[in-house]
Write a new protein. Sequence first.
Lengths: 217, 217
Amino acid sequence: MTEPFSPTARTKVQRLPDRGKYDRETVYRILDEGFVCHVGFVVDSQPFVIPTNYARVDDTLYVHGSSASRMLRTLAGGVQVCVTVTLVDGLVLARSAFHHSANYRSVVMLGRAMPVEDSGEKNRVLEAFTNHIVRGRWNDVRPPTEAELKATSVLALPLEEVSAKVRTGPPKDDEADYALPIWAGVVPLPVAPGAPIPDPRLNAGLVPPQNVLKYSR
Amino acid sequence: MTEPFSPTARTKVQRLPDRGKYDRETVYRILDEGFVCHVGFVVDSQPFVIPTNYARVDDTLYVHGSSASRMLRTLAGGVQVCVTVTLVDGLVLARSAFHHSANYRSVVMLGRAMPVEDSGEKNRVLEAFTNHIVRGRWNDVRPPTEAELKATSVLALPLEEVSAKVRTGPPKDDEADYALPIWAGVVPLPVAPGAPIPDPRLNAGLVPPQNVLKYSR
């Protein structure tokens, strides 16, 4: 599908509408770069926001976790959720306190998450999860057993009501403030993968594969 | 206050309870290192999860934004919120797909956010916001005008029903899997502040101050 998402009253970016993006390429690029989402759901009128991993396959976002988890048991009923992915790119330092900001890219997804029951589909989704963490990792590791598959709940959220919000570039100060003798600009905040730390119980002679050694997102 | 938070049925970490932390030092350290939170609130039974900046002052978490924003107008009514802060420290690569994980530190805060109306308090909170972005920045920049204060909504969430969740260390594989010839360990994912990018409209001769040049969190 290459058509943009249709903004709804709930997903249309109202404040600073120029930052709103609805094309699939922007949305998918953000989702594919990130790997932690915040899942919002409601229990007894109290909202909960829980961080968790995710993977996207085509037009579906998957979250997973223990079948015993409160969150996944709650969501499995098909309740309404909001899943948000945020990438922070930098701090925007203006000349006025008021115009300080951040450069970021975020995606907000609304809908109902439904459980994935079919064990074949579940296995394919877990492959996507593992490869979303490290490209090609699935082929390097021991695959899940039947018992592990049963102990894992996977929920699917169709990407239908979706919007992205993106801020880039320098600060925007009030015209009069540009004359002030105050340094202004952007501090980039990239995530910089460090050297892999071997498990203390790693067998002698094992070295990190290239997809770990040259890790990037 | 130095007493730990009392876990409630809603904040007690149920899955992997060893990861649950309730002492204020752990909670405050996470909140003071991060600067983006995800605010969850409910409108017409639909949860929304919106990323935004925050600052902590003593036992209160503040979020702010445009007085015109949908989120802040919704929250100002004193509705129930969940505010979550998540710091991702690394990827945990196990020998089995099943035991892949992430090292992270998160704080989940439940309660009712109330508007800060007093302009003196508002100003102090905006100072905390600005200094939470860059230490000491408040003294370097133009302070807010009365009109800017009016255009900014600040909401206060008392830190009462709070829990942290922390995972650190190497993967935990099934005992039999430690014999497999598969590299396992942790890929650290630190945020590495880059060289400051000057605003293209910066006046000649201005150099970044030390708190920007040597930026760290």
